[in-house]
Write a protein that binds this ligand. Structure first.
Ligand SMILES: Nc1nc2c(ncn2[C@@H]2O[C@H](COP(=O)(O)OP(=O)(O)OP(=O)(O)O)[C@@H](O)[C@H]2O)c(=O)[nH]1
Ligand SMILES: [Mg+2]
Length: 179
């Protein structure tokens, strides 16, 4: 889902960058492309409409600052509004902690877990991962493969259907092994 969203957004922005004039029609076309990309990535329709209205209004009303072309100005607005849509950034603290990854299907939980594990490990912390996803086929193999790459222990039990039990067992096991 994220892969397609990324390339669809890139295509929409590339199309704008290739335009000779940035007029109302160009802005409207861009907004339509953005809407299409976001809605097909399952972003809430109301949020998409709000975002596109804000982008359109700002792109048409705001004057580019000195030295900034209309094109750069519109791209900057799109970037700022997309960042605002995604939400505030989260500071990752380097302290003893347990992180629960939860999110919609395909939203990047597994990949982000491996990235976080790698990050904490490189900061010198002792990290371990538990795969409590009993829903997605191959979930354990996917996260285990990523964890092996970054040399982080990964606990899981694909034959167990109770996620709470997996977490309990995993914490007990990993506490012995890692902590
Ligand atoms: N462009 C981009 N793609 C990402 C990012 N994170 C994950 N992906 C891709 O998005 C897809 C889904 O990522 P996963 O990490 O498997 O997502 P998930 O939430 O674990 O998915 P499920 O287990 O199916 O619910 C994969 O193709 C990833 O390569 C990211 O930060 N940027
Ligand atoms: Mg996953």
């Amino acid at each position: 889902m994220l892969d397609t969203l990324g390339s669809n957004l890139k295509d929409a922005l590339r199309k704008l960058a290739g335009k000779t004039v940035i007029d109302r029609a160009a802005v409207e076309e861009l907004v339509k492309d953005l809407q299409r990309a976001l809605i097909s990535a399952d972003v809430n329709v109301r949020q998409v409409m709000q975002l596109s209205q804000t982008i359109k209004k700002r792109a048409l009303d705001e004057q580019p600052p000195k030295g900034v072309t209309a094109r750069e100005h519109v791209l900057r607005i799109v970037y700022e509004e997309l960042v605002a849509l995604v939400g505030k950034k989260v500071e990752v603290t380097l302290e003893k902690q347990t992180i629960l990854m939860a999110g919609l299907q395909g939203s990047g939980k597994t990949t982000t877990t491996a990235k976080l594990a790698r990050f904490f490990k490189r900061k010198g912390m002792r990290v371990a991962v538990i795969c409590a996803d009993t829903f997605r086929p191959g979930a354990y193999t996917q996260i285990k493969t990523l964890c092996d790459k970054v040399h982080v222990p990964c606990y899981g039990d694909p034959s167990e259907h109770d996620a709470r039990k997996i977490v309990r067992d995993g914490l007990a096991r990993l506490k012995e092994e890692v902590i």
